[in-house]
Structures are given as structure tokens and as C-alpha cells.
Design a protein around this ligand. Structure first.
Ligand code: BEZ
Ligand code: FE
Length: 281
């Protein structure tokens, strides 16, 4: 091998500097793969000096956009399909268990625990919807003591944390715990589609690719119960115009629920959705 880095030996030149005595086998594996693919990519596309500078500036600004409230690197990962790929590799579940999807940046820990049946739409704005179903195991038995942490956007497509002072704190959020029959129900709103934040580098990237930033309407859930794998998922509005072009690739066929119009009921819509938890490995 040549003594110094050249085009033909570039990845090997870097890999040869890894000191195996100083790093774990797994870290070595991750770094070798990264270096090999990165160098192969740069050679394949024949990256120019000017393009390299644009990339460095882009990544610098991505870091600068991050704060306590905002994670632009996760948004990049989401919009490049990486978050869903990591989720798919790491969350293979039994065929009849409810599938997982992205967490997203708008979950807030510590939402209020609510009485079963409570209304989480604190501002009362939006089309009311009764969400109802059962939490079951993969044999169809009810799961008692399952905690459902739910959150959704408001009728204007914003989460409460995006509009402090405009929406009440904890608007469209709550935690519900199932009883012996595994059943749950709560009132919220039929969610609406909304754009992911586009005022940063991830938004620039979407625009440069000619991609729209919208997510199809969905309600988020994290379901946990002792002895079962944590479930991070969404209930999607199946007939949403963006259902086949989610900006973060989070849609799965099995997560589309029917939203039925209710005649003369207490809510405008109802959404039946059973949740099946996979046993802990
Ligand atoms: C969300 O569904 O809240 C979300 C997911 C990924 C990126 C932005 C928002
Ligand atoms: Fe969301």
C-alpha cells in the first residue's frame, strides 16, 4: 500500500490508523463501515471542492439550529428516511403486534394523567373525535395497567409546545391507564396534516429536492405495560392527501385507522383502534 493517502487507497489509509487496542470491536466496525462508505460516496459522485464547502456549511448550520427545544439533526435523519430505517431494523415485532413508527420531536414527558374518557382538547378547537379500543396481547387477551401517552397537533397543525401562550399547556395531550378489560377511550380532535419545521437546513434540503414538508394527519401514542415491549406509534388518518408522501416516511398500512363520522353523537368523529403489544424479549 502507498505510504500516504491517495485516491485509490484513501479509505484504507484512514482505517489503518485505528488503534484496535484503544477501541471496542463494535466501535471499530461502525467506523470502518462509515469511512469505507463515505470515501466510496465521495469518489462515486466526484465531490467538488465547492460542494464540500456547501456540505460543511450545511452541517455547521444544522448544529447551530439545535437547541433545548429543537433537534435539527433528528429532523435531517427523519426526512432522509434514516429514523424509520433504524426503527425498522430494531423493532421487528410479531406479525399481529401493532407496528412502530417515529417518535418525532414533539413528545413531552410528564403529561397529565387523565380519567378514562377525558377530553384532551383543552381549547375545544377542532373536530371532536372519540378514540377507542382495547390494549391486547398477541393472543388477544386484554392488557390491564397499560399506559397510553397520547399527543396530537391542534386544528391549525401545531403542537402546544410550538405555540406557548397561544395554546393551553398540555393541549391535546394526556396519559390514560387501562383497567382489567384492557379498554381505553378518550376524546380528542381529528388531527390535521402539518409541515415539519422548514425554517432551518432540513427545510432548505427539502426545498432543494423539490419535496413538500407535510406529514399526513396522525395522533401519537406511546404505550407501555409491564412485561411488554414499549410501543411508539401513530394512528394515521387513512384518507389524508399526504398519506403516500409523508415527509418522514412514517406511514405503515396497518396504522391507518378508520375515522367514522358520527350522526348525533357527542363527538363529530370516532376512531376505533385496537393496540396489540409484543411480549418483552
Ligand atoms: C411528528 O410527527 O411530530 C414529527 C415527526 C418527525 C419530524 C417532525 C415531526
Ligand atoms: Fe406528529
Amino acid at each position: 500500500m502507498a505510504k500516504y493517502l491517495e485516491v485509490d487507497n484513501s479509505a484504507q489509509a484512514v482505517i489503518a490508523r485505528i488503534n484496535d487496542a484503544e477501541c471496542t470491536p463494535r466501535f471499530r466496525e461502525l467506523m470502518v463501515g462509515l469511512i469505507e462508505h463515505l470515501h466510496a460516496y465521495i469518489k462515486e459522485v466526484k465531490l467538488t471542492q465547492a460542494e464540500w464547502e456547501v456540505a460543511i456549511d450545511f452541517l455547521t448550520r444544522t448544529g447551530q439550529t439545535c437547541s433545548e427545544e429543537r433537534q435539527e439533526f433528528i429532523l435531517l435523519s427523519d426526512t432522509l428516511g434514516v429514523s424509520m430505517l433504524v426503527d425498522a431494523i430494531n423493532n421487528r415485532r410479531p406479525a399481529n403486534a401493532t407496528q412502530t413508527t417515529v417518535l418525532g420531536p414533539f413528545h413531552v414527558a410528564g403529561a397529565p394523567e387523565r380519567e378514562m374518557g377525558a377530553n384532551i382538547s383543552l381549547d375545544g378547537v377542532g373536530e371532536s373525535c372519540l378514540f377507542k379500543g382495547r390494549v391486547l396481547d398477541t393472543d388477544g387477551n386484554p392488557v390491564a395497567g397499560a399506559r397510553l401517552d397520547v399527543w396530537s397537533d391542534n386544528a391549525d397543525g401545531f403542537y402546544d409546545v410550538q405555540q406557548p401562550g397561544i395554546q393551553p399547556k398540555w393541549n391535546n395531550r394526556g396519559i390514560f391507564t387501562t383497567g382489567a378489560d384492557g379498554a381505553y377511550h378518550f376524546v380528542g380532535i381529528k388531527p390535521v396534516s402539518y409541515p415539519v419545521p422548514v425554517d432551518g437546513p432540513a427545510g432548505e434540503m427539502l426545498t432543494a429536492m423539490g419535496r413538500h414538508p407535510y406529514r399526513p394527519a396522525h395522533t401519537h401514542l406511546i404505550v407501555t405495560a409491564p412485561g411488554y415491549q414499549k410501543l411508539v406509534t401513530h394512528i394515521f388518518v387513512g384518507d389524508d392527501p399526504y398519506i403516500d408522501s409523508d415527509a418522514v416516511f412514517g406511514v405503515k398500512e396497518s396504522l391507518m385507522a378508520p375515522f367514522r363520522k358520527v350522526e348525533g353523537g357527542e363527538t363529530l368523529w370516532e376512531c376505533p383502534f385496537d393496540i396489540v403489544l409484543a411480549p418483552e424479549a
